[in-house]
Design a protein around this ligand. Structure first.
Ligand code: ATP
Length: 301
């Protein structure tokens, strides 16, 4: 569904300063996948989502979504792409919603922009997100979690193949966040829509099969759900409460040139100083070992 290769985004600030928000990012997302993206503030998560949603254009690299290259698209094609291929859900749902319209009118609006007005479809979508009983309520009469569900129905209005959500649970409590994630999972199963969710919430990431971590504008690691097997080699399916502590494993992502990012706390554990930019790499009994060169030199004296 998504093929990002060596994606670069440079922002120009005051026509002089350049900020390299994405520094050669690689990412593949399969059709029908529900996956998460995490990373500290400023790592490039929103920039990536904006590129995927066609809200901004990449500076270089390759970005293909549903067979369409977002680098070479004309402005007209980009408008169609935004209307038909992707749906967006923001943390601040004021970007999705119009407060003085009812839930149903809000969902009808994007269909109207796409040249169709389908009352029945709007009702169907609101029922799908569990708001069949709130169709004619104005947005201001709904709770934060309910408003976010209207935002999801709006994002689905034009039957997108890809749903992008930027911190969709950032403004709601933990219980509502769980309900919203369950809703995403339900929609993913029912409609087969591919879903990419940016989140800070590590608890949410524990509920996903795959989470990609971004650091300094690059994919640094992938957190994958581990598979557990019984004595006969059959896969054990866990319910959420029965999941063990080590339900996920984190793997570093290596780029095509063999480069990988080493977590800062690992470097600190070997006494690596941040003003030093070299580590000693050794092959030891079939394992690659990183050593602090200063410590090694002291030992050999
Ligand atoms: N429009 C812009 N103009 C200039 N710099 C920008 C712009 N948008 C983002 N940046 C810079 O690009 C980098 C990545 O920003 P981005 O918003 O993608 O990070 P993020 O991981 O989403 O952060 P957060 O979790 O705080 O939202 C940051 O250094 C940011 O200051």
């Amino acid at each position: 569904m998504i093929e990002c290769k060596n994606l670069v985004k440079i922002y120009k600030v005051d026509n002089e300063l350049e900020v390299m928000a994405l520094q050669g990012l690689d990412l593949t997302v399969e059709k029908g996948e529900l996956m998460g993206i995490i990373g500290s503030s400023g790592s490039g998560k929103s920039t990536l989502l904006n590129m995927l949603g066609g809200l901004d254009r990449p500076s270089a690299g390759n970005l293909i979504v549903d067979g369409q290259s977002l680098l070479n698209m004309s402005d007209k094609e980009l408008v169609q792409y935004k209307l038909q291929t992707v749906g967006f859900i923001w943390q601040n749902n004021a970007r999705n919603l119009i407060p003085y319209l009812t839930a149903r009118q809000n969902v009808e609006l994007p269909m109207l922009l796409n040249g169709k007005r389908k009352k029945a479809r709007a009702i169907e979508l609101l029922e799908m997100v569990g708001l069949g009983h709130r169709l004619n309520n104005r947005l201001s009469e709904l709770s934060g979690g309910e408003q976010q569900r209207v935002a999801i129905a709006i994002a689905l209005a034009n039957q997108p193949k890809l749903l992008l959500a930027d911190e969709p649970t950032g403004n709601v409590d933990t219980k509502t966040a769980d309900i919203i994630l369950d809703l995403f999972r339900y929609l993913n199963n029912e409609l087969g829509v591919t879903i990419v969710i940016v989140t800070h919430d590590m608890k949410l990431t524990k509920k996903m099969d795959r989470v990609v971590a971004i650091r300094d504008g690059k994919t640094s690691s992938e957190i994958l759900r581990r598979k557990f097997f019984d004595e006969q080699g059959r896969e054990l399916l866990m319910d959420e409460d029965g999941e063990p502590e080590d339900s996920h494993v984190e793997l570093a992502v290596m780029d095509q040139a063999g480069r990988l990012q080493i977590p800062r706390d690992y470097l600190e554990a070997i006494g690596f100083e941040s003003d030093n930019n070299k580590v000693q790499i050794e092959l030891h009994e079939g394992r690659i070992v990183l050593l602090n060169p200063d410590e090694e030199q002291k030992k050999s004296c």
